[in-house]
Design a protein. Structure first.
Length: 355
């Protein structure tokens, strides 16, 4: 990562600048989001030269090096500039500062609902610029009623402690329930997603499962390429938002909403603010309610779908764009609030405590 870590950096006197003092090596992906959105919104970024943290960003090094207004610094004194840090000792000084924390779960419940950074797309959709295409995809003709495509590796997505911690179904439990209860006339299993443009799927649930066994495994049969993913999502009226490996949130929820595809989910409270069933999502609770809601969606009137889609787009544009996320964090800096980050490694540790 060519960021001249040994060079002393003069912190410029400009109005839109932010200093990141980060040290948690397990939170690299979530922090990379923040670097991107602040850069996208025109900020000059100063990242403290913490070698332990920066060394963990190796998988994002090329993307971060491409941020033209990002510099490393060693200087401790930041002269009152907007500081974002995960160092709890910085709590003494409140103003113009945000303290990041991953410890957003307490006694099985979310804590401090109003201070959670919204979840985002997978990083490569931002750094590649593909996120900018979502507006043009919102008018796509919807050729599928409900869609799910994702990794269905049973050893990863069926942790039996998941229900104990969150009180929610795992991805595998959701998919098994769908396959066991929907009729053949309702469910279509596809590996070739080029067929989705064909007529006849407008009232169907399209399921495309694939299995990734290794983290960097490529050329997976049935998996949509990154370049085509948002476009594929835009062909569906609804997307079944199954949980991730260690926590309910998954990037495909935000990706679906960005193109106006309505989420069906069991974890609406994990968004900030929560989604509202019948306004910008469809929620379910447990296996029986899942099938009930799926059947309702499969026979839903187009006018009701249009209202839901409008609600989804209003929510995304208000809370989930890079601009809105920066605006949200700017609103927190004057009080020095603790702001929580949805981080998979934190939830993985919680799940392990049930073993």
């Amino acid at each position: 990562m060519r960021l001249n870590p040994g060079k002393k950096v003069k912190i410029d006197n400009i109005s839109r600048e932010v200093v990141f003092d980060l040290s948690d090596r397990l939170v690299s992906r979530s922090y990379v989001y923040l670097l991107f959105v602040f850069h996208h919104e025109g900020y000059q970024i100063y990242l403290k030269n913490n070698l332990h943290f920066i060394g963990n960003l190796i998988s994002y090094s090329r993307a971060i090096a491409g941020l033209s207004r990002l510099k490393l610094y060693k200087k401790k004194e930041i002269n009152g500039r907007f500081l974002i840090t995960d160092n709890p000792t910085d709590l003494n000084k409140k103003e113009n500062k945000i303290i990041l924390s991953v410890k957003m779960f307490e006694k099985g419940k979310l804590r401090h609902r109003g201070s959670v950074i919204p979840f985002m797309m997978i990083p490569r959709l931002y750094f590649s610029g593909m996120f900018k295409t979502v507006s043009s995809l919102r008018s796509t003709k919807r050729s599928m009623r409900i869609f799910f495509s994702g990794n269905s590796n049973r050893s990863l997505y069926n942790n039996q402690n998941f229900n104990k911690l969150f009180g929610k179904l795992t991805r595998i439990e959701i998919l098994d329930t769908i396959k066991q209860n929907l009729r053949d006339s309702q469910l279509v299993c596809l590996n070739d997603l080029s067929r989705i443009k064909q007529n006849g799927f407008e009232d169907k649930f399209i399921l495309s499962e694939w299995v990734r066994k290794k983290q960097n495994e490529k050329n997976l049969r049935g998996r949509t390429s990154d370049a085509d993913w948002l476009k594929t999502l835009s062909h569906a009226s609804f997307f079944l938002c199954c949980p991730g490996i260690t926590q309910p949130m998954c990037h495909n929820l935000v990706e679906a909403m960005s193109v106006g595809t309505i989420p069906i989910l069991e974890h609406s409270e994990f968004l900030n603010p929560s989604l509202t069933s019948g306004v910008n999502c469809i929620t379910f609770s447990g296996k029986n309610d899942l099938i009930k809601k799926i059947n309702q969606v499969l026979t839903m009137e187009e006018s009701q779908i249009a209202k839901l889609r409008y609600g989804v787009l209003c929510y995304y544009d208000t809370y989930l764009t890079p601009k809105s996320i920066v605006k949200y964090l700017e609103s927190k800096k004057e009080t020095g609030d603790i702001v929580y980050v949805i981080e998979s490694s934190y939830f993985a540790n919680l799940l392990n405590q049930y073993s």
